[in-house]
Write a protein that binds this ligand. Structure first.
Ligand SMILES: [Zn+2]
Length: 356
């Protein structure tokens, strides 16, 4: 591997600079870097690279070899972590002078074995392709084959500790974090904090379980906080009552302002299908009304509240003519509102409230 790095024509050096040098820079100097210690190199990659002099490799093959090299380096680093840190620390955990206990080991290294395994398998395939090189070999197919596994591993890591981005959009809604009030017991408050930071003890969190991460109630999906709060059929009753309470709160607030509010109204769309709306709110003395439909969602990205609004418009606008006629109105605006499943209030919701 290190030989490959050194044998370098000026032309190929220029081309390499964008990707692999960046990768090298980020790795060089790391004591985990296997490129600096020849004895840890992958035999297969070594064999492959020494067989074909770089000069007679096609440009495509050269790029591919760099890819194999980067992947090999990464697998080497993972191997070092597994063999030099994980295993010795695990062996020590049984003894009296352990450094990390089993829980800490699981939190730190729990997700590493599947990541190591999938990269090792991928590297094997890449090495095979390198030693049986054909110009029409599809490199992308190797990545596509392992994509779902990689995606699963990364998802678990990425979301851990991820606070809903809408938490900063309306900070008054987070007052409870600083001043726990009487509505929460101290253990509920602690759990609410964990939910806010997405570190609840659920099976999707790395290290919680070695062998499974599917919901221990419904078994059909990965046990993430988003699943428990919004999708698991076992919490459906709670989800419905949460939705009902939010709808009632909005309806009550509007009634106090003199609005006429019809809740849970059934309408017929232009295509003839029956669609139920959460509420139709008519301002005092006006013939311009609002179809208001709140939904509770686990905040995944910045644009979500706007997307939910547009989705509701798409669903309910075809029922507008029906309500115009039924309630003798002149215009109706559809408003899709989102409330964060962890109690956050997005900016769009605040803008809506300020309108009245
Ligand atoms: Zn479930």
């Amino acid at each position: 591997m290190s030989r490959l790095v050194q044998i370098d024509s000026p032309a190929s050096h220029k081309r390499r600079s964008s990707v692999s040098d960046a990768a090298m820079m980020s790795m060089s100097g790391s004591f985990l870097d296997c490129t600096t210690s020849p004895e840890k190199q992958s035999d297969e990659v070594e064999a492959v690279t020494s067989e074909t002099p770089r000069k007679i490799q096609s440009p495509r093959q050269q790029v591919f070899m760099e890819l194999v090299q980067t992947e090999s380096n990464y697998v080497g680093i993972l191997h070092t972590i597994m063999s030099m840190f994980k295993s010795p620390l695990e062996n020590m955990s049984e003894s009296e002078d352990y450094l990390l206990n089993n829980t800490e080991l699981k939190i730190i290294f729990g997700n590493l074995p599947p990541i190591y395994e999938v990269h090792k398998q991928m590297l094997e395939e890449l090495c095979w392709a390198a030693s049986h090189w054909k110009e029409d070999f599809s490199i992308g197919n190797v990545f596509l084959k392992y994509l779902h596994v990689l995606h699963k591993c990364l998802n678990c890591l990425e979301n851990k500790g991820k606070v809903s981005s809408s938490i900063k959009e309306f900070t008054s809604a987070n007052k409870w974090i600083r001043q726990p009030d009487d509505s929460l017991t101290s253990s509920e408050w602690r759990l609410a904090l964990k939910m806010t930071a997405n570190v609840c003890p659920l099976l999707a969190i790395p290290g919680r379980s070695q062998d499974r991460n599917h919901c221990h109630r419904c078994v059909s999906e990965i046990e993430t906080l988003g699943h428990v709060l919004g999708a698991c059929p076992f919490s459906e009753t709670l989800q419905n009552s949460r939705h009902y309470r939010i709808r009632s709160m909005i309806a009550e607030a509007l009634r106090k302002k003199g609005f006429t509010v019809h809740e849970e109204v059934h309408g017929i769309s232009q295509e003839g299908s029956c669609r139920r709306i959460d509420m139709l709110a008519i301002p005092p003395g006006s013939t311009s009304a609002y179809i208001i439909d709140p939904s509770v969602k686990f905040k995944a990205q910045e644009q979500q509240p706007a997307e939910i609004h547009y989705e509701k418009c798409r669903i309910y606008e075809p029922t507008v003519p029906f309500y115009l006629e039924k309630y003798h109105l002149t215009s109706i605006e559809v408003v899709g509102l989102m409330v964060g499943a962890r109690g956050t209030i997005p900016r769009l919701f605040v803008t809506f409230c300020k309108k009245f």
